[in-house]
Design a binder for this molecule. Structure first.
Ligand SMILES: Cc1ncc(COP(=O)(O)O)c(C=O)c1O
Length: 388
């Protein structure tokens, strides 16, 4: 129970804050690996949480790094460049050129378009390096290229000395629960890899498959994850093309290691209910699948109390009626100064929130390392200076 450690934390650190528990994160990675075929590599999508990357370098095969900002963070964190997959749309030619020229030149770059492929090629030629590239196959949106474009690239670039086309990257969305959908996608990918070999003489060595393993955030959700992973592994085992699989995962790796602490700073009851104004809000927390704050995420109430139970509207500090974290949350003897600790907030909360709205401070970020020691990765940070 995280609330058992809360007194010390709350005495030392002002709310709101995130706590990312590295022991939980590392055990989570071990769990995923132990339920996937041994040959599958894991790539951590750092967009899900940029704070924890350095703590898993020894147990993760790759990092997906998606923007100039993430490139700078990963360099500062001294992430091994050969483990990095630089992906995502739009980076200026200077950013790509300088990156390829530098000592941080990554293990892989993905090409989202013919333009991007040409840019990587020109940069590699200029740097006199051979750069490994994954061609991103679109799943039907603005990302990646269609089959014909990829066929065209692999057919025309066979003799290109500066580029090693290793294979395909494919990402089709997050929180994917349907094993039928995975099956369909892998069957399509298998056929496509076969076509590339038969029609273009290109044998892909790698398939980097992005994202999507689900995380169950709300009380009452039921999900047999072991069975899900067994069935997913079965799909991979049946894949009829000899290729190295890498799974690019964010949410599923990092969600469970995160806790978000927020304190009740005002309390009132009116004709429409009992309201708690918390010092945090929707600018710091994002539960995929939350709907009008109706669902109840896993949480703990500190200090735990056995008194009268009432339903509470748990609101944040933004000036919008939308800033409700949870509606009708039954709490026993909830009072001013009490803390709610929201669980499974390791993924996307610290990176995806509308954190500049109302110019409120960003929460501090605490890291609990694998020996239980707490360090501050970021102090509470004012944002008002960014807004004028
Ligand atoms: C290319 C790519 N790979 C991996 C991920 C991680 O997805 P998830 O957090 O659902 O595992 C994302 C998320 O947006 C992505 O865009």
């Amino acid at each position: 129970m995280i609330s058992e450690q809360s007194e010390g934390l709350l005495q030392k650190y002002p709310t709101p804050f995130y706590l990312f528990d590295i022991d939980i994160l590392r055990k989570r990675i071990e769990f995923l690996k132990s339920h996937l075929p041994e040959s599958v590599a894991l790539c951590y999508a750092v967009k899900a949480n940029t704070f924890v990357s350095p703590y898993i370098d020894d147990i993760i095969e790759r990092y997906e790094v998606c923007s100039p900002g993430e490139m700078s963070i990963s360099a500062e964190q001294k992430i091994s460049p050969e483990k990095m997959v630089i992906s995502g749309v739009y980076k200026t030619p200077e950013v790509i050129e300088n990156h390829i020229l530098s000592d941080h030149c990554a293990g892989h770059y993905t090409a989202e378009s013919i333009e991007q492929f040409e840019l990587i090629k020109r940069s590699a030629q200029k740097a006199n390096k051979k750069v490994s590239v994954l061609l991103r196959l679109t799943s039907g949106n603005q990302f990646g290229m269609n089959e014909e474009e990829i066929k065209n690239i692999v057919s025309t670039q066979k003799d290109e000395q500066s580029i090693d086309i290793c294979g395909i990257q494919f990402f089709s969305g997050t929180q994917k629960t349907s094993l039928k959908k995975y099956k369909r996608e892998f069957s399509h990918l298998q056929e496509f890899l076969k076509e590339l070999e038969a029609e273009c003489g290109f044998k892909a060595r790698e398939l980097e498959y992005g994202g999507g393993f689900p995380v169950y955030y709300f009380e009452g959700d039921t999900f047999d994850e072991v069975e899900f992973l067994n069935e997913f592994s079965q799909i991979l085992n049946e894949f009829d093309f000899d290729v190295q699989f890498t799974l690019e995962l964010g949410r599923s790796i990092v969600a469970s290691c995160g806790y978000y602490f927020t304190k009740a700073v005002d309390i009132k009851s009116n004709k429409t209910g009992n309201y708690a104004i918390m010092d945090g809000g929707i600018n710091h927390i994002a539960y995929f699948g939350q709907f009008m704050a109706m669902k109840h995420p896993y949480f703990e109430h500190y200090p735990k109390d056995e008194g009268e139970e009432k339903p509470w509207q748990i609101c944040g500090s933004l000036c919008t009626a939308n800033d409700i974290l949870v509606k009708d949350l039954p709490l026993k003897n909830f009072k001013l100064g009490d803390t709610l600790i929201f669980k499974n907030t390791g993924a996307y909360c610290s990176t995806e929130g509308i954190s500049l709205f109302l110019s409120r401070a960003l929460p501090s970020v605490l890291i609990k390392d694998k020996d239980g020691k707490i360090s501050v990765a970021r102090e509470q940070t004012e944002t008002f200076k960014l807004n004028y």
